[in-house]
Ligand binder design. Sequence first.
Ligand code: ZN
Ligand code: FE
Length: 257
Amino acid sequence: MSLAVEIVPLLSDNYGYLLTDSQTGAAAFVDPAEAGPVLDRLRAKGVGLDWILLTHHHGDHVAGTAELVAATGARVAGAGADAHRLPPLDRALAEDDRFELGRSTARVLATPGHTTGHLSFLFEASGDLFCADTLFVLGCGRLIEGDAPTMWASLQKLAGLPEATRVWCGHEYTQANARFALSVDPDNAALRARAAEVDRLRAEGRPTVPSTIGAERATNPFLRAADPSIRRRLGLERASDAEVFAALRRAKDVFRG
Ligand code: ZN
Ligand code: FE
């Protein structure tokens, strides 16, 4: 079994993803911020679209849904808890549901914090995680509707996945995230090497996704609240991990790097 993942850049810095189950050709699109580039890609490949998967209700993740549905007849799946503020759902999803795309199966993870209803989709067999605005490469989403302990718990859930799991997030924010990460974790050699690699990729106009859970555990400060040197830098040696995470998130909100 295998799942093909294609990155489709949308708006100024969003990533949508075209997923194709190799055995059946069934196709889904994760987070259509706009329809035009998605339809262009489908036309270029000469394929249709069976499903639209929505991670959360923000316009920069759902705004192209109606046009895509009208053009392709795709059905829409997203959080049942947010059905009142998502495009009309053909399938309402919740934690631990299984979503089948041909022979590929995604496990649905509830990952609240950025929004209360935020979902992530984990294709366990291929090791692909679509986590939108929960976990970014070297960063995490802003706490728009959730509190820090809620987001920390969601990030812990993702950090516990197998290290090889590919992380496909919702935005290309990596260079700015790297500047903040280096400001709180400057002695982390893996982070420094990674920041240099990120700069190289961006200079070539290439995306920094996918990352992996292993790489994020080693370099993403928002997964490293237990790290002694980060704690020392924040003066929070005795705080809980969730408190350190909260301090990191507040610092990032006002960071001008
Ligand atoms: Zn969002
Ligand atoms: Fe977003």
